[in-house]
Design a protein around this ligand. Structure first.
Ligand SMILES: [Ca+2]
Ligand SMILES: [Ca+2]
Ligand SMILES: [Ca+2]
Length: 496
């Protein structure tokens, strides 16, 4: 959950509690993506489509904490960034299939003072991404989708123009934003669908409490009472991401296009399991040539990647995060010590939470192909230690309404860490995994949680599964002492 540095922040906060020997290795400059927000991956999701069990949906979210009201330019994708979704289908930690996304920006009304205008000065409201009703859409982005398999590359978007869905400016400019959102769904043929644009950030966390050295609002160490822990439909603490947007690329692909042999496999076959991750890259060379735009050339250098929401953020030491971001998953054995002896477990132990002793080989299910996510994988199939979000495509999706925020831990095996859905409460799941719930759910099964159980903006039940962007004019955020926590008295979020 790169989701906004959330976990970076958490780790930083935690490290202040850690023993001196650990502390010494942590205080470095901020990760490079903190200075490069358009290339900053906030979250990576991969799951079997709820309504199409023969397909997989990938979501790559970038550019954290987009304030919906932030005109006049709002938040376009970066045309200089190569956005990629990568899939390993033969257990070696190396991508076999890559989907690439590139964006292009046009300014259609260069005389306008803002990127979006409508319902004023003779310009009709924005009701379409193209053609009639799109005149006020001055800053417009189109994008391409390419699939790469070895030396073979194919343009999936060619023959049509795909438009990114703009920010939700407000009801006067965009009186039916849901319609614009829906227009952003494109079929690329062969049951492939894509959507890109600004959307509600589906991630959820009490970031303020996490930042304050784990000063959660539900008691010492953030241990949830049983009734709250079992409640997937109310929030008991403020979601710091509520009302913020993110830039999202959503791709749905048939499973048969992703597996090593082009077949759909039962869960017990190792061929059913995919290792997935998202990356952002930039050209190695930039020449600034005022007054002309900068010129980018040369090979691409990876700026960031994300597989599991757990490993990059909760496990890797801050001093190694930049290297981790730029390296390839197949080289992750260099970071294995972080996994086998996580600092966060030490920190939990220091505040009285029972934690499993190192070496934590139980956490390797997140870094290697193993049961239970890959029951068909034997010892020879584990592959290298690699931070991939592993998805068993043979496990059918859990119906909307029956999905559990605690995913796998709650018996909902279609949830994280078997892939990841927007509904999955990865903060709580990851924290409990680090404590040792996978080793012994009784002994190390403390109900760690931040009290934020869901995305207050909700979830989509069909493609593209995310929710439309929050309105620039009319949306609010949720803070302590404010409305927005339906599980608390009067719906007011706790301060203490
Ligand atoms: Ca491979
Ligand atoms: Ca949200
Ligand atoms: Ca939570």
């Amino acid at each position: 959950m790169k989701p906004l540095k959330s976990m970076v922040a958490l780790v930083l906060a935690l490290l202040t509690l850690a023993p001196p020997s650990v502390f010494a290795s942590s205080h470095r400059e901020a990760p490079i993506t903190a200075l490069d927000r358009t290339a900053d991956i906030t979250d990576w999701y991969a799951f079997v489509s709820y309504d199409h069990p023969d397909r997989v949906t990938f979501i790559l979210n970038v550019d954290p904490f987009l304030e919906p009201a932030n005109g006049p330019n709002y938040f376009p994708f970066d045309p200089n960034v190569l956005y990629e979704m990568k899939i390993d289908n033969n257990q070696d930690g190396v991508e076999d299939i890559t989907f690439q996304f590139r964006f292009n920006t046009e300014i259609r009304q260069p005389g306008l003072f803002t990127g979006f205008v409508g319902g004023i000065a003779g310009i009709p409201p924005i009701t379409s991404l193209t053609g009639p009703g799109s005149a006020g859409l001055s800053l417009r982005q189109s994008y391409t989708v390419t699939v790469v398999q070895g030396a073979y590359s194919a343009c999936l978007s060619c023959g049509q123009t795909l438009y990114a869905v703009p920010s939700n400016v407000g009801p006067q400019t965009m009186p039916n934003y849901q319609a614009l959102f829906n227009q952003g769904i494109y079929s690329l043929g062969n049951d492939i669908r894509v959507w890109a644009g600004t959307a509600d950030d589906p991630f959820f966390i009490d970031l303020g409490a996490a930042f304050d050295s784990l000063n959660f609002r539900m008691g010492v160490g953030g241990v949830l009472p049983p009734a709250e822990d079992a409640d997937d439909t109310h929030n008991y603490a403020p979601d710091a991401v509520a009302g913020f947007n993110v830039n999202s690329i959503v791709l749905e692909v048939p499973i048969s296009m992703l597996t090593v042999d082009g077949l759909v496999h039962p869960a017990t076959d190792k061929q059913a399991v995919l290792g997935t991750w998202g990356t952002t890259s930039r050209n190695k060379i930039t020449v600034r040539r005022s007054p002309l735009p900068a010129n980018n050339s040369g090979a691409f250098q990876q700026v960031q990647r994300e597989g599991n929401p757990l490993i990059n953020e909760l496990i890797i030491g801050t001093g190694s995060k930049d290297r981790f971001s730029m390296d390839q998953p197949k080289n992750d054995a260099q970071f294995a010590s972080f996994v086998l002896n996580p600092v966060l477990a030490t920190v939990f132990g220091s505040i009285g939470i029972p934690v499993a002793p190192p070496p934590r080989t139980d956490l390797l299910i997140l870094a290697q192909y193993q049961p239970p996510i890959c029951p068909g994988c034997g010892p020879g199939d584990a592959g290298p230690v690699a931070d991939l979000l592993r998805l068993n495509t043979g496990i059918p999706p859990t119906a909307v309404g029956s999905q559990k925020r605690l995913g796998f831990l709650a018996g909902d095996v279609a949830g994280f860490p078997n892939g990841r859905r927007p509904i999955d409460d990865v903060v709580d799941i990851a924290a409990r995994a680090v404590a040792g719930i996978l080793v012994d759910s009784t002994k190390y099964g403390t109900r760690i949680g931040d009290g934020v159980q869901l995305n207050p903006e909700g979830y989509g039940s069909t493609f593209p599964y995310i929710m439309p962007a929050n309105s620039g004019r009319n949306s609010v955020h949720i803070g302590p002492g404010q409305a927005g926590c339906s599980g608390d008295a009067g719906g007011i979020c706790p301060v203490k």
